[in-house]
Design a binder for this molecule. Structure first.
Ligand SMILES: [Zn+2]
Length: 96
């Protein structure tokens, strides 16, 4: 399992450097739209597959990132949404 050695959010992009030197770039909008928490999952389901949410700047600004165990990061957004836990495999999928 790869582990992040460096994570930064800048220019509307989350950049993760992994311990095998690989670098993953994920657009913050893509990260937010795929938030795996229960609230967002239910929201996506209720809107259907053609739903394109419009986000405010606050909803697309990361205020905190914390490493959870050895498998995931928890992301807090400036609009106080902080229930999204992204496991490393999910993050790699979102970058492609
Ligand atoms: Zn969420």
């Amino acid at each position: 399992m790869m582990t992040p050695v460096n994570i930064k959010a800048a220019d509307k992009m989350l950049t993760i450097k992994w311990d095998d030197e690989r670098i993953t770039n994920i657009k913050l909008a893509n990260l937010r739209i795929n938030c795996p928490c229960a609230i967002c999952s239910v929201d996506r389901e209720s809107h259907g597959s053609k739903y394109i949410p419009i986000y405010s700047d606050e909803q697309l600004t990361i205020s905190n990132i914390e490493v959870i165990g050895n498998y995931a990061i928890g992301i807090s957004w400036k609009d106080n949404h902080n229930t999204g836990i992204y496991d490393y495999n999910h993050l790699i999928k979102l970058s492609s």
